[in-house]
Design a protein around this ligand. Structure first.
Ligand SMILES: [Zn+2]
Ligand SMILES: [Zn+2]
Length: 174
């Protein structure tokens, strides 16, 4: 079981079980998850989608760490579940973590738009080189790894709070 501790720590993430969703991952490398205050984003491993939850809900037994969960279940089910957990962890680290960049930006961007009263938008790989040093909304530094823009206003989307254009997401006129 020790490898669950080292593997999650080395990769800056947390793997656990949530009764409602099954296996879930908290990725500390996601810009929105740097501190577990307010709303943070979790990954539901059964379909590799994101869901948000308050950082303050991150408690046992709503979320139980993989090792704790495996100790809690029936002995005859431990092995099978341990193997499943390990394959999920490997799949995320080796594959999904990179593949989910776009889905992550889409998720936080649409969450931001919804709060501002706008309908969902799609996101595009950034086509222009303009970078901002900080986000107008959350003051976070723009992360070059997540370089996507809003399909409507064409602003680069903040990878931490999902914000696009400052005075509302309105179609850009060329
Ligand atoms: Zn921001
Ligand atoms: Zn926009």
């Amino acid at each position: 079981m020790d490898y669950f501790y080292s593997k999650t720590q080395d990769n800056d993430l947390w793997l656990g079980f949530k009764p409602q969703y099954g296996w879930v991952i908290y990725d500390r490398k996601l810009p929105s998850n740097k501190s577990a205050h307010g709303e943070v984003y979790w990954i539901k491993c059964s379909d590799w989608t994101f869901f948000k939850d308050k950082g303050s809900n991150w408690n046992y037994p709503e979320y139980s760490f993989v090792v704790t969960y495996l100790k809690d279940i029936e002995t005859n089910q431990q092995k099978e579940n341990e193997e499943k957990a390990l394959s999920i962890l490997d799949e995320y680290i080796n594959k999904k973590r990179n593949e989910m960049d776009l889905k992550y930006i889409e998720t936080i961007h649409n969450n931001y738009l919804e709060k501002k009263g706008f309908s969902p938008r799609s996101v595009l790989k950034a086509t222009r080189g303009r970078r901002e040093s900080g986000c107008w909304e959350c003051k976070n530094t723009v992360d070059n790894k997540y370089d996507y823009e809003c399909s409507t206003c064409r602003w680069i989307i903040c990878s931490s709070c999902g914000a696009c254009k400052q005075f509302g997401c309105i179609e850009r006129k060329n």
